[in-house]
Write a protein that binds this ligand. Structure first.
Ligand code: IMP
Length: 449
């Protein structure tokens, strides 16, 4: 019963989609278990680039079941957009299944996300503004709307009405606050389009929302299923099921750099809850990490570079978000954080992506410990946010490489320095590097023993 979890081991955008796509070759089922359309996977196949936000990366295979699990938050408009896009590209979506228990991102969640960030001002988290946090909050408050509710207009109306009332009030208050701020700044408040003005906002009108969502329900109905059972059936038949994480370990709501995190649990353990399987269904955990590190949004990032090397990482790695287009913050690989991710997720194998980006950036640095403001040596990832915020990394320097590695397909074809760099990561974290990305295309990988 091979249940393989693939998760991000840094701050996201590690290239999980490509790793899932490759490992999915031997799987029957690929399941997303958390997050929503805050994620973005780019897969290049036969020269064609596909971008997904919600649909699991395995969709490009014809014979795989792709599942959006109960732990995912689904914006139905976005999902239908992706389904339509795939159909236009000639990709079949018949085997896409959506958990009836997954929660829906409603228009008011998106408005609340933006309004909340605006209210936080310079303390904002830098969310993707896709409504993720407010949707998970409603789930915990038991005010959420679930995928199955799309199939019953009466229930849908009752639930939206109940959920909407406190939102309208919150949005009104935020709107007043925003207008006040704009006025203080001498700007014309009326000229700015507000999330929700003093009058009713058509985007969150009850009648309109119900009508729209009933229509979404009609279109999604053939895909709605008991997806936990689907996973059990596959596992019990000895098929391989891949549990595909979104975001990453250091953005985990419980174990990441709170509050600069996402509102779900991207760690491997969450695959059980978000897909509906047991811990012993998981037989292998893969962690995906870039050969350097990136982060979008606010929050601590000890190895962040503000120099020319950081700029070159942005350029050479095309480090702009798939979802929001934001420029990613870049820095050297942080092995203190990676070792933390390895233990937290009990990672069995590492995939190191984008090694080619480090070409010409030598000598290569790897962070091996932090130093606190008071001068203490920190060998492990500090649990206290204030310490992490002010920690400075200490590096080991390794030789760089200038050779083009995009054509390498075997370990021995990689330059000596690149191999030594990978061996250092494996040694430091105690986990083998099994897969290395040497370029964006699907076949630009090197499998290691
Ligand atoms: P949210 O998930 O939109 O609420 O955003 C919370 C934090 O997680 C922000 O710092 C985002 O930039 C970050 N984040 C969310 N999704 C991703 C992702 O797929 N990759 C990288 N960062 C992400």
């Amino acid at each position: 019963m091979p249940g393989v979890v693939i998760i991000g081991a840094q701050w996201g955008d590690e290239g999980k989609g490509k790793v899932v796509d490759l490992l999915a070759a031997d799987a029957s089922t690929i399941v997303r278990f958390q997050g929503g359309n805050n994620a973005g996977h780019t897969i290049v196949r036969d020269g064609e680039e596909f971008k997904f936000h919600l649909i699991p990366s395995g969709i490009l295979y014809e014979d795989k079941t792709c599942v959006i699990g109960n732990g995912v938050v689904v914006d139905p408009r976005v999902l239908l957009g992706e389904i339509d896009g795939l159909r236009r590209a000639g990709v079949g979506v018949g085997d896409l299944k959506i958990s009836a228990n997954a929660h829906l991102i409603m228009p008011y969640h998106v408005l609340l996300d933006t309004a909340g960030e605006t209210k936080l001002g310079k303390h904002s988290i830098g969310t993707t503004r896709r409504g993720i946090g407010p949707c998970y909050a409603d789930k915990a408050l038991r005010l959420g709307i679930r995928v199955q509710d799309l199939l019953d207009e009466k229930i849908l109306r009752t639930k939206i009405r109940a959920a909407l009332e406190p939102k309208q009030q919150a949005l009104r208050e935020l709107s007043v606050l925003r207008r006040k701020r704009l006025k203080e700044a001498g700007e014309d408040a009326k000229a700015v389009s507000e999330p929700a003005g003093d009058g009713p906002d058509p985007r969150i009108d009850l009648h309109t929302m119900v009508e729209e969502h009933v229509a979404y329900g009609h279109r999604l109905e053939p895909h709605i299923a008991d997806t936990a059972k689907l996973c059990w059936d596959a596992l019990d038949a000895d098929e391989t099921v891949i549990f595909e994480g979104a975001q990453a370990t250091l953005l985990d709501l419980d174990h990441g750099t709170y509050p600069f995190v996402t509102s779900s649990n991207p760690v491997a353990g969450a695959a059980t809850v978000g897909a509906g399987v047991g811990p012993t269904d998981i037989t292998e955990v893969w962690g995906v990490a870039k050969a350097y590190a990136t982060r979008v949004g606010a929050g601590p990032f000890p190895t962040e570079l503000h120099d020319e090397t950081g700029e070159r990482m942005v350029d050479q790695g095309r480090e702009f978000g798939t979802t929001t287009g934001r420029r990613r913050r870049c820095g050297w690989i942080d092995l203190v954080a990676l070792r933390y991710a390895v233990r937290l997720n009990r990672i069995d194998a590492l995939a190191i992506t984008k090694l080619d980006v480090l070409r010409g950036l030598g000598p290569l640095r790897v962070a091996v410990r932090y130093r606190s403001r008071e001068g203490a040596v920190l060998d492990s990832f500090p649990y206290h946010q204030s310490i992490l915020h002010s920690a400075t990394p200490e590096y080991e320097e390794l030789p760089g490489f200038d050779e083009e590695i995009g054509e390498c397909r075997k370990e021995e074809e990689l330059p000596r320095a690149a191999r030594d760099f990978l061996a250092y990561i494996a040694e430091f974290t105690g986990v083998p590097v099994r897969l290395v990305g040497v370029g964006p295309a699907r076949d630009q990988v090197v499998w290691l023993d």
